[in-house]
Design a protein around this ligand. Sequence first.
Ligand SMILES: Cc1cc2nc3c(=O)[nH]c(=O)nc-3n(C[C@H](O)[C@H](O)[C@H](O)COP(=O)(O)OP(=O)(O)OC[C@H]3O[C@@H](n4cnc5c(N)ncnc54)[C@H](O)[C@@H]3O)c2cc1C
Length: 395
Amino acid sequence: MHAQVGIIGAGPAGLLLGHLLHLKGIDSVIVENRSQDYVIDRVRAGVLEQGTVDLMIQMGVGARLQREGLRHEGLYISFSGRRHHIDLAELTGGKAITVYGQNEVVKDLIDARIATGRPVYFEAANVSVHDIDSPRPKIRFQKDGRNQEIACDFIAGCDGFHGICRPSIPEGSIKIYEREYPFGWLGILAEAAPSSEELVYTYHERGFALFSMRSPKITRLYFQVPPAEDIGNWSDDAIWDEMLIRMTTRDGWKPNTGRILQKGVTPMRSFVAEPMRYGRMFLAGDAAHIVPPTGAKGLNLAAADVMVLAQAFARFYQQNSTQLLDQYSDICLRRVWKAQRFSWWMTSTLHRFPGETEFDYRRQLADLDYLIGSRAAMTSLAENYVGLPMDVPLV
Ligand SMILES: Cc1cc2nc3c(=O)[nH]c(=O)nc-3n(C[C@H](O)[C@H](O)[C@H](O)COP(=O)(O)OP(=O)(O)OC[C@H]3O[C@@H](n4cnc5c(N)ncnc54)[C@H](O)[C@@H]3O)c2cc1C
């Protein structure tokens, strides 16, 4: 087989890239090691920046997102028992975020991929990359017990944090910047109507908590726990008790409770690999960087990366220019580091750190008190949260 671009991973990055390339008349093959159902059912991100929504619509894959996505023009910051509203739209000239599950995004993109008739291989075993620093890199894998090889002009490593692309780069050719946080998030999906129309970020003396939702019937909630916490230690009743202790405000607002459909613990880390390229292989999305989920940036960064990458491939095939390909890593990393900064700030402002002192606790409260009293501080949060301007035209 031959493909102009071989894409490894059918997560948001790989699927978005595949469709952007399709719109530009560039052929691609997508190779994914999980099943189609597994990829669609994986519950993860849910907050789409304005630019990600605009991208989906302009790509022609935004119809269901526009119908079913929940547009939020504000959010709440809660501390000392009070919720404070931040008007994202008013502070950013009308921009907003949209709550639409990552699994819905992936489902829409898989439907779109299948409709194009372009190849996507699920359940590909033993995926590997070869000759990535040569003009003809290759992807090898097994499908239904048969060996397959795709000779490519370029490979896009969109295979997430645990994929094989980044580890295939020779040691010393990329530099890793990393920070692990001394906590994780215990997250649940519950059959309960959201009791707030907008997200509520809570800083409580027992630690961080987040109220969010996936649909008018499903609430998504998180609270901070130690990073290696065993979910088996948490009965459903104990989870609800902790959620309610942290989130209930003095005016009596609290999440509605209901049957817990899914629960799990996710550790948190910041991670950046530089540069996001080796030879003819380009890394995009979680394969190149991870942010703690507090700023809701992971999926959005993946979208921003592949927008640049798709434009760069188009420039190569249409104008025979490698200029944008050569600039790909630098362009993306500027945005990635700003997202790292914002996600780190949200995380460190809203979480309790082991061993912190009463001084630290009061300083954090003062940080939040300043935030809700200063238009400049709220604007800074708002423009980062709805998403900084994209670096290249949308499609
Ligand atoms: C609990 C949680 C909450 C989150 N909340 C948010 C949020 O609110 N907002 C936000 O923007 N982000 C959030 N994120 C982050 C977001 O989910 C990721 O940043 C996003 O999935 C990145 O997309 P990706 O395509 O780069 O990687 P992935 O979604 O990880 O996709 C990579 C794909 O590659 C496949 N793959 C892996 N290895 C191989 C291999 N060897 N061969 C072939 N295929 C392979 C994987 O199966 C997967 O399908 C959250 C993440 C978690 C875990």
